[in-house]
Design a protein around this ligand. Structure first.
Ligand SMILES: [Zn+2]
Length: 275
């Protein structure tokens, strides 16, 4: 007798790491199935959303006409202050920040796009306009009394390049798709804890072959023994024809961002709300 899908999969990896007043929680699990994953029978339309399997929950809560091939529905990074406030990164909310009405790439790069589209079967298949590149402007989910306020303070990236002991490190995949072999879209969050502070990079990387490379980054930094987090979000992108680097670099999200011109930036400070 064949076993239900979920019982054959390894259990998710759950970790916690305490750093001063912050607790990091990490969940890493398997890729969401392409159909209903319910253990017994199937999810039904009248079920409450919390009782649905991941696939059915995503389909209920998202308005996108399709989902990336690889979605890590259970994966999570949460950074929680002892006061109860937290910032969380997960795939569902990242996908909720994808444009579900407009093919944004076509809008922004009409000329290059027209040319590339002629050869790009994938783009031709798209019927209802939406951002099929799954570019997200997600910056993390705030809850429990953490609020964003404006600031002039900036993250000192040079200081972060200094050699230091790594007390904790994790890389958590949220979603990924190869765009039918026309490129790559990938959403990953990484966390690193050092004696001097806690550092997070939430990155969406997009490459559409012969068209564009784009990196949306949200960086968080909390210096040791403080109860705030600096948050900086940037969009960097370039048409492939304008890139001065070879494909080994632009195929690598961790290298290419430094070669892309800055298009947009937003900085704030996450603080514990005074009660
Ligand atoms: Zn289901």
């Amino acid at each position: 007798m064949s076993q239900p899908v979920e019982s054959r999969l390894p259990p998710p990896l759950c970790e916690e790491f305490v750093y001063g007043d912050w607790t990091l929680k990490i969940v890493k699990s398997h890729i969401m199935g392409s159909q209903c994953e319910a253990l017994l029978g199937h999810c039904t339309g009248d079920m409450e959303v919390e009782k649905l399997c991941n696939r059915c929950r995503y389909e209920r809560l998202l308005t996108l006409p399709s989902l990336p091939d690889m979605v890590f529905a259970d994966n999570l990074l949460q950074i929680k202050h002892k006061s109860g406030g937290s910032i969380t990164f997960n795939a569902l909310e990242a996908l909720q920040c994808v444009n579900d009405k407009e093919d944004t790439l076509q809008v922004a790069h009409a000329d290059v796009w027209k040319e590339a589209r002629a050869d790009c079967e994938f783009a031709q298949k798209v019927v209802k306009p939406y951002d099929w590149t799954y570019t997200t402007n997600y910056r993390g989910t705030l809850s429990g009394g953490i609020v964003a306020e404006s600031t002039d303070e900036r993250i000192d990236l040079n200081k972060l390049r200094e050699r230091e002991e790594i007390k904790f490190y994790e890389e958590i995949f949220l979603y990924e798709d190869e765009l039918d072999d026309n490129g790559s879209t990938r959403c990953v969050v990484k966390v690193r804890v050092m004696p001097s502070g806690l550092f997070v990079v939430f990155r969406h990387y997009l490459r559409v072959d012969r068209v564009i490379v784009r990196v949306n980054d949200t960086r968080l930094y909390s210096p040791a023994s403080v109860s705030f987090i600096l948050r900086e979000t940037s969009t960097r992108e370039a048409a492939v024809s304008n890139l001065q680097v070879d494909s080994l670099v632009y195929n690598n999200p961790d290298l290419v961002w430094q070669h892309l011109p800055l298009v947009k930036e937003q900085c704030d400070k996450l603080v514990i709300e005074k009660s």
